[in-house]
Design a protein around this ligand. Structure first.
Ligand code: ZN
Length: 197
C-alpha cells in the first residue's frame, strides 16, 4: 500500500497538460496503484495522476456508496465523445482541501477510454449524477483545468479560496460557458454534496 502526497492548488504540475499513455507498463500500473491507495486513504471519489505529480493521462473514480466493496474504475487516455445538458455542481477536490465550489457542468457525458489492462471501453453517465460530474472533473485534471475554472461566481470562489489559504482564481484559465450558465439558470438545482474528487 502506498499512499502518496496529493499536490495542492498552486502547484504548477496541476496546470501542466498530461501526456498520452502509450503502453500500460509496470510504471503506469504502479502510478494507478498509488492513485487507488491514496484516493481511498483520503476518502475521495476520484483522483487524477497529475494530482500525485504524474503528468500522464490516467485517472480513477469510485462513486460507490459507503458499505459497498471498493470498485475503482480506471480511465487511461480518456476522451469525452458526447456532452449535453447543464447542471450546477457543488464540488470539492482533494487538491483544494475543504473548499467546495459552485461550478457549471454538463449533465450527460460519454467517455471512451482504456481500462487498466489497456482494453477500450465506453462509459456514459447522465442527469448530473456523481459519476457524470466526476468524469468531467477528473478528465479536466489531465488538461490542467481545475474546478475553480468552472466557477459560477468567481468572487464567491475567491472568498472560499482565501478562507482555506489557497491562491485566488487564475483568470487565464476561467472557462466562459455562457451557454451552460444560461441553461443552468433555467433548470432545477442539484443538491449540495460534500465529496472531493
Ligand atoms: Zn480534483
Amino acid at each position: 500500500m502506498s499512499v502518496v502526497k496529493i499536490l495542492r492548488y498552486g502547484d504548477e504540475k496541476l496546470r501542466t497538460p498530461s501526456k498520452e499513455v502509450h503502453k500500460v507498463s509496470s510504471k503506469v500500473k504502479k502510478i494507478i496503484k498509488n492513485l487507488i491507495d491514496t484516493m481511498y486513504a483520503e476518502n475521495g471519489v476520484g483522483l487524477a495522476a497529475p494530482q500525485i505529480g504524474e503528468n500522464i493521462r490516467a485517472f480513477i473514480i469510485d462513486v460507490g456508496v459507503n458499505g459497498e466493496p471498493a470498485n475503482p474504475i480506471v480511465f487511461i487516455n480518456p476522451k469525452i465523445i458526447e456532452k449535453t445538458g447543464a447542471v450546477n455542481s457543488f464540488e470539492g477536490c482533494l487538491s483544494f482541501p475543504d473548499a467546495f465550489i459552485n461550478t457549471r457542468r454538463y449533465a450527460n457525458v460519454k467517455i471512451k477510454a482504456l481500462d487498466k489492462n489497456g482494453k477500450p471501453f465506453v462509459m456514459e453517465a447522465n442527469e448530473g449524477s456523481l459519476l457524470a460530474i466526476a468524469m468531467q472533473h477528473e478528465n479536466d485534471h489531465l488538461d490542467g483545468i481545475l474546478l475553480v475554472d468552472h466557477s459560477r461566481n468567481r468572487f464567491e470562489t475567491d472568498q472560499i479560496l482565501a478562507e482555506k489559504d489557497l491562491p485566488p482564481i487564475d483568470t487565464n484559465y476561467l472557462q466562459e460557458e455562457a451557454e451552460l450558465e444560461e441553461e443552468i439558470k433555467n433548470s432545477p438545482q442539484l443538491e449540495e454534496s460534500n465529496v472531493q474528487n
